[in-house]
Write a new protein. Sequence first.
Length: 157
Amino acid sequence: MPLEFVGQRLRGQCAEAKLGIMKVKKLLHTRYRLNDLEKSVQFYTDVLGLEVVRKHESPRGSRLVFLKTPGSEELIELCYFPNSGPVQVQADLTHLAFEVDSLEAFGQHLAKVGLKYSDGPTMKPDGQGGFAFIDAPEGYEIELIQRPKSDSKTESY
């Protein structure tokens, strides 16, 4: 960022308007490409409780499924596009994070569907919040966060 631009911002001037800088409005969706669309859709709906809001095939031949999390506007796009070659998920490259009421209760839910946490749960010293991870079918990590009861929704783990 040019120093003159930083200086204008610090002086309270509207540099963005002067320079004609555009800003995005909001996050709409995040895309994850997959090898097995049906298996992944089943995981996200049956295990995590997401809702399928739209399915279609793109003009270039991608099979797409859009999922919504209760309480969020942003969508998750699952994409099967075999013309791009097989998907190989790199460890620790990316993950999705979801809030849960209780990591203990969610762990019991996972056990009922034959799954378990791949890491954690790791709780705060006071036991009022924590996080854990599970692996989605393609190897993408899913973080589950239990926020403290008094959390302002801004704390990160």
